[in-house]
Design a protein around this ligand. Structure first.
Ligand code: SF4
Ligand code: SF4
Length: 98
């Protein structure tokens, strides 16, 4: 897969703020969640803590400047979302990013 040259995750963040159409934020394993600070884990321990569709570990402003506060220990589902793949394109489209 070719990554579009203008897809810069650090000025996007759409896939970390869009969970309605794929099971993100609920597929993390217990081991993955145990590695994270409790403030980023949902009270029921079922996945990432979210505010609406936005992961609590996402810092910054979607479409402007974003970063993952747990990047080094982020769950596999986060690692699997790559710039230019189907989930990326769906999330970006939801925000009007082309
Ligand atoms: S939606 Fe795509 S470009 Fe945006 S942060 Fe996610 S993977 Fe990166
Ligand atoms: S843990 Fe990081 S990469 Fe995963 S959804 Fe949250 S902000 Fe995005």
């Amino acid at each position: 897969m070719t990554i579009p040259a203008d897809f810069d995750c650090q000025t996007c963040g759409a896939c970390c703020s869009y969970s309605s159409s794929w099971p993100r934020f609920s597929t993390e394993t217990d081991a993955e969640l145990d590695r994270l600070p409790a403030r980023y884990v949902a009270d029921d321990q079922a996945g990432m803590r979210c505010h609406d569709n936005r992961c609590s570990a996402l810092d910054g402003t979607v479409g402007s400047g974003t970063s993952c506060l747990v990047y080094e220990i982020r769950p596999q589902v986060c690692r699997d979302c790559l710039p230019g793949d189907g989930e990326c394109l769906e999330a970006r489209a939801a925000y009007g990013f082309v």
